[in-house]
Design a protein around this ligand. Structure first.
Ligand SMILES: [Fe+2]
Length: 507
């Protein structure tokens, strides 16, 4: 039920008509450089609300793109800025539904997070920002539907900036979607691989301003901006938003946990500042609860998980990977997920997390090898996750993930060793947007050694899931060459999951 009636809508419209004139409260700034150079974004869509985002870049940003490690730190602007925001039903803003002022403060890098409430379900909206003489690009967003409308979303992960261009996002922006789900590794903390097409230009971030600059660099990409401006996003992080393979309060490159927690706090704050997530998350960054649940009518429920912040440390060897006390989600999140799945009435229940849940033996022949940073290093925790999925009786569970820099489709089993048992859930992992893929030989081994893994590919791109009453169809989309700008993209494999029958079917 929309919370605003026609009269208040009209009143909002009138107020909005006046708002683009200079306001007493707004700082009449005159910008020499575009302060909206990071674009706009929206996210966290509910039936009646959505978060709209931007960040003002007020400083001299030359240091951000400079490859010179001795470039001087940019001058920071320390004053708060009043930003005008406006939401309309049409692209030309003739039917404005809401508007207001947001005070962007330097403590949060002049980021803007407005939770726009009182919207109608299942509708497209357009939004923009203004400050002084500068106006942002127009963004488009969509509220969650309330009924059983068909629904389409893309999912993506792993976008190392130096290893490729964001052609995949250019293609995504042009497609027909209701939502984008980002599964982590939105930024990378350091350089990896070779044949780099562009440079970070700065070292490994550990301080807040360094993480901010890294996000600003990634978000300066026009194709990434286009994908943000076209659809609302749901975002969760993986490890590279902080540092490689970190686990809770420790990391391989951090001998001192207290120092690491300072770095993690800075990384979590910068993540908040650059993601279209609810403003309420700004309450503190020593811990940041990003796991959450979103409902898209009767058709789809999405549970977003955090497999980094609460996990037990990685093991050095496979011995002990079935210890019951080892956790991936932490007890509170485990309990929350079981409850969330138990209450779900949706036809399709997507569990969006960072990596592959299915077992994956990486060694040829009778010998076994596992990725101990993934769920294979947390077997008892995986067992509890799968028990929660199974015993909740949530209809049609589908796990999605990223992290591996390769596409996977899999049947999730209670006992992966038993080939004869029926799957209890379906799983799809998207390949990376740009980050280096594993070797073809290792992907072939994964398929040969693990019968429940049905497909894999080291292409770069993303996936789209289309949901209806009858089926969930998944397209794997690959770009021809990540090292080229505007490289063409095409669907290279399709799958379907049929209502009531867990398991992936190649089309
Ligand atoms: Fe990655």
């Amino acid at each position: 039920m929309p919370r605003i009636d026609r009269r208040s809508l009209l009143a909002c419209g009138l107020a909005a008509a006046a708002i683009w004139r200079p306001l007493g409260r707004a700082r009449a700034a005159s910008f020499k450089a575009d302060p909206f150079s990071l674009g706009v974004a929206s996210g966290s869509p509910r039936a009646n609300s959505v978060v709209i985002w931007t960040r003002l870049i007020l400083e001299d940003t030359s240091a951000i793109t400079s490859a010179d490690p001795f470039a001087p730190a940019p001058k920071r602007v320390a004053e708060p800025m009043d930003i005008e925001w406006m939401v309309a039903e049409d692209e030309t803003f003739s039917k404005t539904v809401q508007s207001g002022l947001f005070r962007a403060v330097p403590e949060f890098a002049h980021s803007v997070h407005v939770e726009v409430k009182g919207l109608k379900p299942g509708r497209w909206y357009f939004y923009r920002f203004r400050s002084g003489n500068a106006t942002s690009p127009v963004g488009r967003t969509r509220t969650a539907p309330e009924g059983g409308d068909a629904f389409r979303f893309a999912f993506a992960s792993c976008q190392q900036y130096e290893q490729g261009f964001y052609s995949a996002y250019g293609e995504m922006a042009r497609s027909d979607l209701d939502l984008v789900v980002h599964l982590g590794d939105y930024i990378y903390e350091r350089s990896y691989g070779n044949e780099l097409v562009r440079q970070h230009g700065t070292g490994v971030p550990s301080l807040l301003y360094e993480f901010r600059d890294r996000y600003a660099l990634y978000k300066s990409d026009p194709q990434l901006q286009a994908a943000h401006a076209a659809f609302p996003w749901l975002t969760i992080w993986d490890d590279h938003e902080v540092t490689n393979n970190y686990a809770s309060d420790r990391a391989p490159d951090a001998p001192n946990p207290a120092e690491f927690l300072d770095r993690r706090r800075a990384a979590y704050q910068a993540w908040f500042e650059h993601m279209p997530v609810p403003p309420a998350l700004a309450a503190g960054f020593d811990a940041l609860r990003i796991y959450d649940h979103y409902r898209f009518g009767n058709l789809l429920s999405v549970s977003l998980l955090d497999t980094r912040q609460y996990r037990s440390p990685q093991l050095q060897g496979a011995a002990g990977n079935d210890q019951a006390e080892r956790t991936m989600l932490g007890p509170a999140q485990e309990e929350w997920l079981a409850e969330t799945l138990g209450m779900s009435q949706a036809k399709w229940n997507v569990i969006a997390q960072q990596t592959l849940v299915s077992e994956r033996d990486t060694k040829v022949g009778p010998e076994t090898g596992y990725n101990l940073d993934g769920w294979d290093g947390y077997r008892a925790a995986r067992g509890r996750l799968l028990s929660a999925v199974h015993s909740s009786a949530a209809s049609n569970p589908i796990v999605i993930g990223g992290d591996l820099h390769a596409f996977y489709a899999a049947d999730i089993k209670r006992d992966f060793a038993d080939e004869k048992t029926h799957p209890i859930a379906s799983e799809f992992v998207c390949g990376s947007i740009t980050s280096d893929a594993p070797s073809e030989a290792s992907l072939a081994t994964a398929l040969a050694e693990n019968p429940h893994l049905k497909f894999t590919s080291g292409k770069h791109g993303y996936a789209i899931m289309r949901l209806s009453e009858r089926s969930a169809e998944v397209d794997f989309i690959g770009i021809a060459d990540r090292k080229q700008q505007n490289s063409p993209a095409a669907v290279f494999q399709r799958f379907a999951v049929v209502d009531g029958a867990a398991g992936v079917n190649r089309l």
